[in-house]
Design a protein. Structure first.
Lengths: 415, 225
């Protein structure tokens, strides 16, 4: 429901209420006006007739018609009243307003009744309803006309601002420039949005610098440790036990360093740092990776099915990381069977590998810091990086397993 | 050989000095931008190991200065910044190599040797070490007049061992030398063992002495008297 729809709905509801109230009051007012008018006329006419009678020498005629009636009265009493009455004239009952007045002439008492046709209720209701309906239709058509003519034009700055806002990326925040047609609300919206954007941009830059610097700062002490361990390893009088201890320190340092690098990469992906895209052949990326890892893969039972290439529009660095992580994942989580199969067909890239059964729920596999198998030393970040790259590039990912066979399926959208 | 180490961390400087001492390199060190630049301009170095983030300047400007003065010196950049842009920038300005921190000293050693070899001998040289002869141009290895049939991996492996002779090198360092930085995401370095085993066998078969010593669970050492 648009703002205008909502306004229109309220407007129609209130119009109906107001029209009902005004219809009823209209009815009551008209009715009383008519009554007052008729009554005045009746009094006037009665006075005129009575005056005529008083001034003429003729005998008072006894008449009985619908509009005037003169009766003889046996006793003398004084009546003067105005009332409503119904009279049946040949085919229907007709509403009359009547005035009754007694008078006396030549010692004879008479009752004069004068009637006027008054407007019937249902007729009046019908007229009022007609007027109200007419007003209502006029209001509706005005609304419709207004919608056709003004709504788009009035809201143009709003949609312009929204359109520009939707195109803003965290990595490249610019102030919104839009013509607000000097409408106060839109001016305010634009002003506040720009203040917000500037703050967001500054915060984002600070946050990015902070994470980047943190990662550099962390790498420096690690470099000191690592280089000293390298020197320590060269000592001549060093027994095996100490050698192994020192080496385990070295391994921990390498783990920390790779953890920091992975987190830094995740941070960069999340911040859309890798913006430039180009058309890339997935087969080529896979082949480069396979060649690089050939010294490892040569001892594996590797089955390749790379017949139909997939061309994707993405960042070359990210797609390289994606493929490398998937292949590394298939190597790291393999078992003695050493089976890896890479399939490319129907816009799908399927990596299958032998491996031990998972010790966690399969849907947790792509989550940050979740390891498929609790007793290995992986960081649990590899598939989380895969997930992020997939989500950013509209690549659907899924995992299937059949006991000791694990399958990761990526489905690419055609370009 | 004369090397300049530009690095603001004294402890890293010292480790590099200690590790390189065995190569009979003469090593100068500097922690500051201006000092490093004047040292590089006055002396004739074979290689400069350059950290980009210095307390009083950016190492990138040292590369720029040296190259604008036509100094023909090998430069290897070491940086904690693993940014693709920095790497491309440094290399396009004329740096010979880029190594991301933290690195193995054996890897730095290998890269420095490789730069000196490329610059001094234009790659056309032969390393003779005991009974082993390595021709860098044709990538051929001969032992007592027998040419070894090595795979590319085995050749790279031998080169790495020879450059770091008499030093303990970890399996991790070897894996990283062979595969690249991504080696740190690998959980097993068994492939290093497989290729090392093959190389050792080929060398022994050709009549070489047994130089490759296994350092229990840690790595290897190429022993030469």
């Amino acid at each position: 429901m648009t703002l205008f729809d909502k306004l229109r709905r309220d407007y129609i509801i209130y119009s109906i209420i107001i029209l009902l109230i005004s219809g009823v009051s209209f009815y009551l007012i008209i009715k009383s006006i008519i009554k007052i008018e008729i009554d005045e006329e009746l009094v006037y006419e009665k006075n005129r007739v009575l005056e005529q009678f008083q001034n003429s020498d003729n005998e008072i005629p006894i008449i009985k018609t619908d509009i005037i009636e003169i009766q003889n009265l046996s006793e003398r009493n004084s009546i003067m009243s105005i009332s409503d009455t119904l009279i049946f004239n040949s085919y229907e009952l007709v509403h009359y307003r009547q005035i009754k007045n007694t008078f006396n002439k030549n010692k004879q008492n008479y009752l004069l009744t004068i009637r006027k046709i008054s407007i019937e209720d249902d007729e009046l209701v019908f007229i009022v309803f007609l007027i109200v309906m007419l007003v209502f239709i006029l209001l509706l058509s005005m609304l419709f006309y207004f919608k056709q003519r003004n709504e788009k034009r009035l809201f143009e700055p709003f949609y312009d601002i929204m359109n520009k806002l939707s195109k803003i990326r965290l990595t490249d925040i610019m102030n919104i420039e839009a013509n607000t047609n000097s409408i106060v609300e839109f001016d305010l919206l634009k002003k506040e949005l720009n203040i917000l954007l500037e703050k967001l941009s500054a915060d984002f830059r600070a946050y990015k610098e902070f994470t980047e610097e943190t990662s550099h700062e962390l790498q420096t002490p690690l470099t000191i440790l690592k280089s000293q361990i390298d020197v320590l390893l060269q000592k001549h009088k060093i027994d095996n036990e100490l050698l192994i201890k020192i080496n385990s320190f070295a391994q921990i340092i390498d783990q920390m360093s790779s953890l920091i690098k992975s987190l830094n990469l995740i941070n960069k992906i999340d911040n859309h740092v890798f913006g430039e895209i180009e058309e890339i052949s997935l087969i080529k990326v896979i082949e480069v990776n396979l060649e690089r890892l050939d010294m490892i893969l040569s001892s594996y039972n590797l089955v390749l099915n790379l017949d139909s290439d997939i061309i994707i529009l993405t960042n070359p660095y990210l797609i390289k990381i994606l493929c490398s992580n998937l292949i590394m994942n298939a190597i790291n989580h393999n078992n003695e069977t050493k089976f890896i199969k890479i399939d490319m067909k129907n816009n799908q890239l399927i990596l299958e590998n032998s491996g031990d059964e998972l010790s966690i729920e399969t849907d947790l596999l792509f989550k940050t810091f979740k390891k498929g198998n609790l007793n290995n030393s992986s960081s649990g970040l590899g598939l989380s990086i895969v997930k992020r790259i997939c989500e950013q590039n509209n690549i659907a990912y899924s995992y299937k397993n059949n006991k000791n066979l694990h399958k990761i399926i990526l489905t690419f959208t055609k370009i | 050989m004369r090397i300049l180490v530009v690095e603001d961390e004294i402890q890293i400087q010292n480790s590099i000095k200690l590790f390189f001492k065995a190569n009979n390199f003469k090593i100068d060190t500097s922690r500051f931008f201006d000092e490093a630049l004047s040292l590089a301009l006055i002396n004739d170095y074979d290689c400069i190991i350059l950290d980009l983030m210095l307390p009083d300047g950016n190492g990138i400007d040292i590369i720029r200065e040296l190259k604008s003065k036509n100094e023909n010196v090998g430069i290897i950049v070491v940086s904690a910044k693993n940014a693709l842009d920095d790497k491309i920038n440094a290399l396009s300005l004329g740096a010979d190599d880029y190594l991301t921190k933290p690195f193995n000293l054996s890897e730095l050693n290998a890269r420095v040797f490789s730069i000196i070899r490329r610059r001094k001998f234009f790659g056309n040289n032969i390393t003779n070490i005991n009974e082993i002869s390595i021709d860098h141009a044709s990538k051929k290895v001969t032992i007592k007049n027998t040419e070894l049939e090595l795979t590319k991996t085995e050749y790279d492996l031998l080169l790495y061992l020879v450059v770091n002779k008499n030093k303990v090198i970890t399996k991790h360092a070897i894996a990283e030398n062979l595969i690249g930085e991504e080696a740190e995401y690998l959980q097993s370095y068994d492939f290093v063992y497989t290729h090392m085993k093959n190389l050792r066998k080929k060398m022994l078969d050709a009549g070489s002495n047994d130089h490759i010593k296994t350092m229990y669970s840690v790595g290897y050492k190429f022993e030469i008297e």
